[in-house]
Design a protein. Structure first.
Length: 297
């Protein structure tokens, strides 16, 4: 289905035939280079557990629209999540789950309007300042993050599409070593095949590290994407993540507040929700504990 979030539409995967009566909302947010199909294991498990799970394609990722405002900073996507909360009739029992770019977007939505959310789950990008600190102190992480700096160049638009987006195959191999992504790469690529959609995906990186458009009107929600949400939070990270090393997650664990649980998932890489869905789903569902009765439960 498609949802208007303020002048453009996001395509969303959801079980439209599900009985919505008194079901808390669960919004699942993907990252790069990926799509809403990354939740193909978790979304039905959430539905079975009593939630109404919705997985949008982020702004700019096909088949969602390209926003006319050209804003690809994470704060803009956090506002999209709040619009989805409104559209689907979310209340204070709602939960938000994010992987990769979806993680800081989830943190922003949960921190900016905390009354809407009861719990938060993040994966692959820790909350708070752990990632920024790694850029300053961890040369191994800087090496892993080379692609972020490559994406600041015009060369990226020429190189990434070559040979049926072979660049994306390379990232998945490097980030999730030993994982066979053949069931997931077609969906990830289809979200980025059009040059306009690829430029949009690169726009997230350019708004974060380069000269991409950053709207001063979004300063408040943008700052929220860098905060640790106040709700009970579970953070999961693969021990073999080739994109963001496990050491960054350990750094986040060392400084985590009491309401944040940081866990490493053994034998998984960056796309842990696809590599070991049984373990990841079980841990998320155990944390969520089924539909709650109000914020903070």
């Amino acid at each position: 289905m498609r949802v208007d979030v303020g002048g453009f539409e996001l395509a969303c995967l959801t079980t439209e035939t599900i009985d919505e009566a008194d079901r808390p909302l669960a919004i699942c947010l993907h990252g790069f280079p990926d799509s809403a199909h990354t939740w193909r294991h978790l979304r039905p498990a959430l539905d079975d557990a009593g939630f109404r799970a919705v997985a949008p394609f982020l702004r700019g990722y096909a088949p969602s629209d390209l926003p006319g405002d050209g804003r690809y900073q994470t704060g803009a996507s956090a506002l999209d999540v709040l619009a989805l909360h409104d559209h689907f009739g979310g209340d204070g029992r709602a939960v938000v789950i994010g992987h990769d770019w979806g993680a800081p977007i989830a943190y922003g939505a949960a921190s900016f309007e905390p009354q809407r959310w009861s719990k938060v789950v993040g994966m692959a990008v820790p909350p708070g300042g752990a990632m920024a600190q790694a850029f300053l102190t961890d040369t191994d992480q800087l090496k892993r993050s080379w692609y972020m700096f490559f994406f600041q160049t015009a060369l990226a638009e020429l190189v990434v599409p070559l040979d049926d987006l072979a660049f994306i195959d390379m990232l998945w191999r490097d980030w999730s070593p030993g994982h066979d992504p053949s069931d997931d790469l077609p969906a990830a690529k289809s979200a980025l095949t059009d040059p306009a959609n690829l430029a949009a995906a690169l726009g997230y990186y350019r708004a974060t590290l380069g000269s991409g458009y950053v709207d001063p009107a979004l300063d408040g929600v943008q700052q929220a994407t860098q905060q640790v949400p106040p709700q009970p939070m579970l953070y999961l990270h693969g021990t073999d993540d080739g994109c963001i090393g496990a050491g960054v997650a350990e750094s986040a664990r060392a400084t985590a507040e009491a309401h944040v649980t940081v866990e490493l998932v053994a034998g998984t890489g960056h796309f842990l929700q696809l590599e070991d869905p049984a373990q990841v789903n079980a841990r998320i569902l155990d944390f969520l504990g089924g539909p709650s009765t109000g914020p903070g439960r």
